[in-house]
Structures are given as structure tokens and as C-alpha cells.
Design a protein around this ligand. Structure first.
Ligand SMILES: Nc1ncnc2c1ncn2[C@@H]1O[C@H](COP(=O)(O)OP(=O)(O)OP(=O)(O)O)[C@@H](O)[C@H]1O
Length: 301
């Protein structure tokens, strides 16, 4: 597949976010500052005073990918929503800290949180159609993000939106710009949503079951696209999936969640090759049919 220069994808100067100079050595820093730092986050339901997420910690530097796997209801989505500052009503972060690009999310005003979403951290969820307005062409919806978040003029926003539709590998982006959701397939819609999610040059993208509803071929294409964004735009990714094969393909580190607890966490190959927890072993044995080996071999080569 064609790869994308960072400047094509984000419309920014490619030198803008290059390696930083270390004050001590003057050399390019090898360990970048985390763009997302989640430390012992706990989430509580105020309705029944239950702790739903019981201590999640991870850090992400630019271009890195962390995966969260686990059974339905284990707290993966709530963790992501806490990071985005959009927990559902009656849920709260009861302990721990979340820093996005160095900012403690808990200290931000709602207005600042809104500004942060999209521009610093963005997300793509399952079921893209429900996040797009069916009565408006998809292109102008992306252009609107660019106008609001980047302050671009109408014509420039349109140009960037078309560029983004091309960047997410949609053929005939000018045509897609003018189409409505019902005219597009699930895979195309997911690409449109990814284009909207990266429209304001976020540094972190959360993909929560973003490929789950897609057939295997389209899923593979979307995963390639996410890998492309990681490699060429330096996006840090949080990939939530119940599918270990997805995680094996993309992630540097994996968290295995069960009933709100992280039962195992570590480098992807360590967790998938040498699982220490019975639950991880169970997940792996359930996923043998997906050919985990294939992805792990590819990762290592
Ligand atoms: N909006 C909500 N209202 C009430 N309970 C919720 C809400 N969102 C999540 N929960 C509850 O919180 C727990 C964790 O849910 P969460 O969505 O984080 O799980 P998950 O691991 O993402 O699962 P799935 O893979 O099914 O999306 C579950 O018990 C769920 O029922």
C-alpha cells in the first residue's frame, strides 16, 4: 500500500514534531515524553457505589500502540471514555490520574476538555454510521471539524477534507465528499470516521472496536491504515479489541482486562507468547482460529 508522509496526512510541517533535542546531551532524544499517561485509574459507578475499573496504568509515546483486550463488560470502553473525559452519567474517575500531552485531565474545565478532544486526542468507535449525520454529505462533516478545531476558512477546510479522504485511501475522494452515509459501505464509513478523527491532527487516537463490525478483508485494510498513521504521522494509538489477532498485529504493549482488573500487562510478544495468567491463556486458545502466529511472525520480521 502507499504510505503517507506526515505532512500529507496532517497538513503540518514534517519537521514540526521531529525528535526533540535533549538539554543534557544535545542529541536527539530517544525516549519521547508520553502523550498519554494513565496511572492507576479507577472508575466507580455512583448508582450502586461499585468500582467498575480497578486500576489501569499505561503510558504512550508518539508512534506507540497500546492494546486493551478482554471480555465484554471488562471496562475497556469506560477506560477510554475516562481518557477522553466523556464518562457516561453516574460514572466517575475515583482514583488515579490521566495526563494527555502533559495536561491532567481532571483539572480541565469542560470547555478545555472539549477543545482537547479532536485536537489532541480523538477516537473512532464501532458503528461509524451512528457518529455521522445521515442528512448531511460526509465531506462537509469533516470540513466542519477542520473549521471548528483548526479555524480554517471554508474553502481551505474543504480542500483539507478531500485530502484527508484521499489519505485514508478512499478512491475518488471528491465524489465521496459529496456522498451521504447510506451511499457508503461499512468500511468506507469507518475510513470517513478516521478521516474526521484525524482532521485536527490529534496526537493520540483511540480505536475502540473500530474494526469489529467489518468483514475480514476490510478489517485488515483498516488495520493497515492505522499502522500507516502510526508510522507516518507518529500517532499514538490505543486499540481496544476483543480480538487478539488485531492486537497482535498492531500493538507494542497489551493490557488484558477481566472484570475491571488488568490481569496481565506487558510487551505484546511476551503476553501472547508467554502468557502468565490463565485468563490470557484462555483468550489465546480461543483465538487460535484467527492465526495469531501469522501476525506475530510478521511483527518480528
Ligand atoms: N452507559 C452505561 N450505563 C450503565 N452501565 C454502563 C455504561 N457503560 C458501561 N457500563 C457498565 O460498565 C461495565 C464496563 O463496561 P465497558 O463498556 O467499559 O466494557 P467493555 O470491556 O468495553 O465491554 P464491550 O467489549 O462489551 O464494549 C459493564 O458492566 C457495563 O455494563
Amino acid at each position: 500500500m502507499t504510505t503517507l508522509a506526515k505532512s500529507t496526512l496532517t497538513g503540518t510541517d514534517p519537521t514540526e514534531t521531529g525528535p526533540t533535542e535533549s538539554p543534557e546531551t544535545g542529541a536527539a532524544a530517544t525516549t519521547a515524553e508520553p502523550v498519554l499517561a494513565v496511572r492507576d485509574v479507577r472508575i466507580r459507578s455512583q448508582v450502586d457505589d461499585r468500582e467498575i475499573v480497578k486500576g489501569v496504568s499505561f503510558e504512550l509515546t508518539p508512534g506507540k500502540v497500546v492494546g486493551i483486550v478482554g471480555e465484554s463488560g471488562s471496562g475497556k470502553t469506560l477506560t477510554c471514555r475516562a481518557v477522553l473525559g466523556i464518562l457516561p452519567p453516574h460514572f466517575e474517575v475515583s482514583a488515579g490520574t490521566i495526563h494527555v500531552a502533559g495536561e491532567d485531565v481532571a483539572t480541565l474545565e469542560p470547555r478545555q476538555l472539549t477543545a482537547m478532544r479532536g485536537s489532541t486526542i480523538s477516537a473512532v468507535f464501532q458503528d461509524p454510521a451512528s457518529y455521522l449525520n445521515p442528512s448531511i454529505q460526509v465531506g462537509p462533516q469533516i470540513a466542519e471539524v477542520i473549521r471548528v478545531k483548526k479555524g480554517a476558512k471554508r474553502r481551505e477546510a474543504r480542500r483539507r477534507a478531500v485530502e484527508l479522504l484521499a489519505a485514508v485511501h478512499l478512491r475518488d475522494p471528491e465524489l465521496v465528499y459529496t456522498q451521504y452515509t447510506y451511499e457508503l459501505s461499512g468500511g468506507m464509513l469507518q475510513r470517513v470516521l478516521i478521516a474526521a478523527a484525524i482532521a485536527a491532527d490529534p496526537r493520540v487516537l483511540i480505536a475502540d472496536e473500530a474494526t469489529t463490525a467489518l468483514d475480514v478483508t476490510v478489517q485488515a485494510e483498516i488495520l493497515d491504515l492505522l499502522a500507516d498513521l502510526r508510522d507516518n504521522a507518529g500517532l499514538a494509538l490505543v486499540v481496544v479489541s476483543h480480538d487478539l489477532a488485531v492486537v497482535a498485529q498492531l500493538c507494542d504493549e497489551v493490557l488484558v482486562m477481566r472484570e475491571g482488573e488488568v490481569v496481565e500487562q506487558g510487551p505484546t510478544e511476551q503476553v501472547l507468547y508467554h502468557p502468565r495468567h490463565d485468563y490470557t491463556r484462555l483468550l489465546i486458545s480461543e483465538h487460535e482460529q484467527y492465526g495469531l502466529e501469522k501476525f506475530l511472525t510478521r511483527e518480528q520480521s
